[in-house]
Design a protein around this ligand. Structure first.
Ligand code: 13P
Length: 249
């Protein structure tokens, strides 16, 4: 049995003070949760405040991105070591917003994933098709390419989580139906089985992301291959995030 993981991606929302308040609320609201892993991904500048607010809880912290070099003259960049030392256990890699606005490619995803693993961080690698790609009937080809080029070169993916986030469902209020999500998750798990074997594919967690809300989480969670969620907007309110966490019970 895979333990569910519910992760909140706070994107470019919150400031250090509001992030600390949100984290403190989430900590209180999920104090009895023993059936799921929980993680939050605040903006870099809020990580220290969130780490302080979450002291004594099992909620993990992650960063939303990293640069692949360990250090150097890379103005504005943040390394895996920096976030690890700041209290992060996880990092998002290849989020579609990074791909769309910041030129993230599968090649960069690989470099960042390798850098994260070298510092003991657990990457959540995000993949997913756009609406045009879905309508063109090439969803599987896109997932195949993103997975192959993004992580295919890795020998060991035990520390990884995959997030399937169809781009057309992110921030749009248009959630993939349980059938659509489950179909993609099954396809991804099959790809993983083909490259790393059945045991790895049985154990790896595949999260769904894209307009997950308290009222649609349960029907997605009931599907066999959906192991939790990567939540954007609904993770910015402690009560809706708590309700989503409770839906995976
Ligand atoms: P929304 O839940 O706001 O659609 O965002 C999903 C997402 O991008 C999580 O990484």
């Amino acid at each position: 049995m895979r333990t569910p993981l519910v992760a909140g991606n706070w994107k470019m929302y919150t400031t250090p003070s509001t992030a600390a308040e949100l984290a403190a609320r989430i900590k209180l609201d999920t104090v009895n949760v023993d059936f799921a892993d929980i993680a939050v991904f605040p903006p870099y500048i809020c990580i220290a405040a969130v780490a302080e607010a979450l002291k004594g809880s099992n909620i993990e912290i992650g960063a939303q991105d990293i640069f692949w070099e360990p250090e150097g003259a890379y103005t504005g960049a943040i390394s895996a070591r920096m976030i690890a030392e700041s209290g992060c256990a996880r990092v998002l890699v290849g989020h579609s917003e990074r791909r769309t606005y910041f030129g993230e490619t599968d090649e960069k995803v690989l470099k960042k994933t390798v850098a994260a693993l070298s510092e003991g961080l657990k990457p959540i690698v995000c993949i997913g098709e756009t609406l045009e790609q879905r309508e063109a009937g090439i969803t599987e080809t896109i997932l195949d390419t993103q997975l192959k080029d993004g992580i295919g070169a890795l020998k060991n993916i035990d520390a990884l989580t995959i997030a399937y986030e169809p781009v057309w469902a992110i921030g749009t209020g248009k959630t993939a139906t349980p059938d659509q999500a489950d179909e993609a998750h099954k396809y991804i798990r099959g790809l993983i089985a083909g490259r790393w074997g059945d045991n790895v594919s049985r154990n790896i967690r595949i999260l769904y992301g894209g307009s997950v809300k308290p009222d649609n989480a349960r029907s997605l969670w009931e599907r066999e291959d959906i192991d939790g969620f990567l939540v954007g907007g609904a993770s910015l309110k402690a009560d809706s995030f708590r309700d989503i966490v409770n839906s995976v019970k």
